[in-house]
Design a protein around this ligand. Structure first.
Ligand SMILES: [Zn+2]
Length: 97
């Protein structure tokens, strides 16, 4: 697979770990959705037990352009979008209430 830049690939490879990453999905209308995601905990950590609720363990914001090289992501990844989608990484956006 061809990447727009090495930094984008590096953050894509971080998905699922604590901290920032890039995740990919599709919007309700089927268009590609590229997101910067932040996770507060490691994958096997349910978060703090004695903290007032709610707690957001992961959040994400959609982006259209690569923050590092400036390319339009939909144009670069149009043909490989389905190879980039890792469903479990988006389903685990958590809020503890
Ligand atoms: Zn890039």
């Amino acid at each position: 697979m061809k990447w727009c830049c090495g930094v984008f690939k590096g953050w894509f490879d971080e998905a699922g770990n604590r901290g920032l990453s890039v995740v990919v999905g599709r919007n309700a209308d089927g268009t590609p959705a590229f997101m910067l995601q932040h996770r507060s905990t490691e994958p096997d950590d349910d978060g703090p037990k004695d903290h007032p609720r709610p707690i957001t363990l992961a959040s994400e914001i959609q982006i259209s352009y690569c923050p590092w090289c400036g390319c339009r992501l939909e144009n670069v990844y149009r043909k490989s979008i389905d190879l980039m989608i890792r469903p479990g990484l988006r389903n685990s956006i958590l809020e503890i209430r």
